[in-house]
Design a protein around this ligand. Structure first.
Ligand code: PLP
Length: 284
């Protein structure tokens, strides 16, 4: 069945949605995006995603296409029109269309596109079995804190992982893990400390990461925000990743070596359960 999508003020059947070939996102990857998960027909952490979108736009000197309230109304209308109960909403803002030129002009009209994707998020086979990851050099640009649509290297990394029969890749720079191709990376040390990389331009400031940090601290877990190496991760009791549509998902193997006993661990399971419960309560 055809979805209803949103393009620049109009709700349209997906077959009729059009963006210009001169759009700077098509020509220069000059666009930013957000992915917000939907549970029980409601948005998880919409405020966090709206805040990060505003920051991405500001960092790129790109005007906001509309207010946060208008964005919320569009998200809700898409959920309603598509009867979405579980899945995600993808949003993209681009600088807009203009003759091809590296320099852009002021006062361009941004392009705004949103669409839904239905998917089971809570019942996840990947979360049950755990992910196998490989490590690869992080060859992305230096502003990974901005959520741009420039995702070729993460896609290539994911393909390399698949070619080796694994699920995903953890990216490594200067000897330390930055993050996963599309998630933040975490370990649980043998003495029970949660470790995830501190915020900087080197990683995306995950909305799920922030929520899990908050829930972990509320549950009196010990947490350290600092870089860690692949060797430390291989030697850890547990490892996991966080992202909007995968919540907390255990990592059970890194570069062919089992993490812990090679099965999803109790800390990752507990954090996933807390995250789902709290997100359900707070979804709007
Ligand atoms: N890091 C990268 C590179 C990502 O692409 C994503 C999500 O797409 C994340 C981390 C997780 O961010 P969030 O929890 O906001 O989905």
């Amino acid at each position: 069945m055809s979805r209803t999508v949103y393009v620049n003020g109009a709700y349209l059947p997906e077959e009729e949605a059009r963006v210009s070939i001169f759009d700077r996102a098509f020509l220069f990857a000059d666009g930013v995006y957000e992915v917000t998960s939907v549970i029980d027909g409601k948005l998880v952490d919409f405020a966090g995603h709206a805040r990060r979108l505003a920051r991405s736009l500001a960092e790129l000197d790109m005007p906001a296409p509309c207010s946060e309230d208008e964005l919320l109304a569009i998200h809700r209308e898409l959920i309603r029109r598509n009867g979405l109960t579980e899945g995600m909403i993808y949003l993209q803002v681009t600088r807009g269309a203009a003759d091809r030129d590296f320099a852009w002009s002021e006062g361009m009209t941004p392009t705004l596109v949103l669409f839904t994707q239905a998917r089971a998020l809570i019942d996840s086979p990947a979360a049950e079995r755990g992910l196998k990851v490989i490590s690869l050099e992080d060859l992305r640009w230096g502003r990974r804190d901005i959520k741009t649509v420039q995702l070729l290297y993460p896609s290539m990394a994911k393909m390399q992982a698949k070619a080796r029969g694994k699920d995903d890749a953890w990216l490594v720079e200067d000897g330390f893990v930055t993050e996963g191709t599309s998630n933040n990376a975490w370990i649980v040390t043998r003495d029970g400390v949660l470790v995830t990389r501190d915020l900087s331009n080197r990683i995306l400031h995950g909305i799920t990461r922030a929520a899990v940090l908050r829930f972990a601290r509320e549950a009196q877990m010990r947490v350290e925000e600092r870089p860690f190496t692949i060797d430390e991760a291989k030697d850890a009791a547990e490892a996991f990743v966080t992202a909007a549509t995968t919540f907390v998902t255990p990592v059970v193997e890194i570069d062919d070596a089992p993490v812990g006993d090679g099965a999803p661990g109790p800390v990752a399971r507990r954090l996933r359960a807390i995250y789902i419960e709290e997100s359900r309560k707070a979804a709007i």
